[in-house]
Design a binder for this molecule. Structure first.
Ligand SMILES: Nc1ncnc2c1ncn2[C@@H]1O[C@H](COP(=O)(O)OP(=O)(O)OP(=O)(O)O)[C@@H](O)[C@H]1O
Ligand SMILES: [Mg+2]
Length: 272
């Protein structure tokens, strides 16, 4: 079994006080949008919250290929009889589950239109696919969406009427450096002081690269996934500088030698 199988047991550090906002929103039945760059813990936060309040989670990870039928459902024929099999949206509405709409701003307009209908104050949807039947949401139904900022590849602007369906918004950015170290501690057994020192340096490197990416000086911004992967490598004996090249520098080869060199120069100044 690989070490990754333990991810669900890892404690979530609620450094942003997001749980309190989510709890309140759930009590009030107001839908929530989480906005933040990749790898800042959005999905983990939603999963932990669902398990804390003991709620079944149904997830949709949107892409250009997500079809209406995936959300609404499809007709099937069994022994000459036509049956309707609920899609994820309809299923979660009827069950009163928590629906997680991940990367909403990658969805196509026709898909958003159907969501728009279900998410408005009436919380119901008309199944044009099945005799115009109206599905009303169970009163425990709760919806959380996430979007990446528009600088991310493949993201589009979410139409204002969809945004307004999620009037409570949580911004989840990269954590402060000390917090990032605490998060890493939940994933990796740091062991010696020298390992911890090199992880602190890697966090500093990551935050420099994030800043440079936000100023569009470089093409890629490392996430918590990178700092966690780096820490796992050095905690199991990989040399600090070698690990930094593997995790932080090599990705820039995608944009050519010049980009890669820029990052390697920074690494060389930090790791001897
Ligand atoms: N506050 C935290 N406490 C513990 N682990 C965290 C925390 N935040 C992030 N992580 C870890 O960081 C990694 C990335 O988190 P996650 O997949 O939830 O990010 P995301 O924002 O959903 O990313 P994406 O936008 O790419 O989907 C995971 O391994 C997760 O466990
Ligand atoms: Mg995610």
């Amino acid at each position: 079994m690989s070490a990754a199988a333990n991810e669900s047991n890892i404690e979530y550090i609620d450094w942003n006080n997001a749980f309190e906002t989510l709890r309140k929103a759930y009590q009030l039945g107001i839908f929530v949008l989480i906005i933040g760059p990749k790898g800042t813990g959005k999905t983990t936060l939603v999963r932990k919250f669902a398990s804390e309040i003991n709620k079944q989670l149904s997830s949709v990870n949107f892409s250009l290929r997500t079809r209406e039928s995936h959300l609404i459902g499809t007709n099937t024929i069994d022994n000459g009889q036509i049956n309707f099999v609920n899609g994820i949206l309809v299923h979660s509405m009827t069950q009163g589950d928590m629906l997680y709409l991940d990367e909403l701003n990658a969805a196509e307009p026709d898909v958003l239109l159907r969501l728009d209908e279900a998410l408005d104050d009436r919380r119901q949807i008309v199944l044009k696919e099945f005799h115009g039947q109206t599905i009303k949401a169970n009163q425990d139904w709760f919806v959380i969406g996430t979007i990446n900022p528009l600088s991310h590849v493949g993201t589009k602007e979410l139409p204002p009427q969809i945004l307004s369906r999620f009037p409570i918004r949580i911004m989840l950015d990269y954590p402060p450096e000390e917090t990032e170290l605490e998060i890493i501690r939940k994933h990796v057994n740091l062991g010696s002081a020298s390992v911890e020192d090199s992880i602190r340096s890697a966090i500093k490197l990551a935050s420099n690269l994030r800043r440079a990416a936000s100023l569009e000086e470089i093409f890629y911004s490392p996430s918590l996934r990178e700092t966690i992967a780096y820490s796992k490598l050095v905690a199991t004996g990989t040399n600090a500088k070698v690990a930094a090249e593997i995790v932080f520098a090599n990705v820039y080869h995608q944009w050519g030698e010049v980009e890669y060199r820029k990052v390697m120069d920074i690494i060389a100044s930090i790791f001897i």
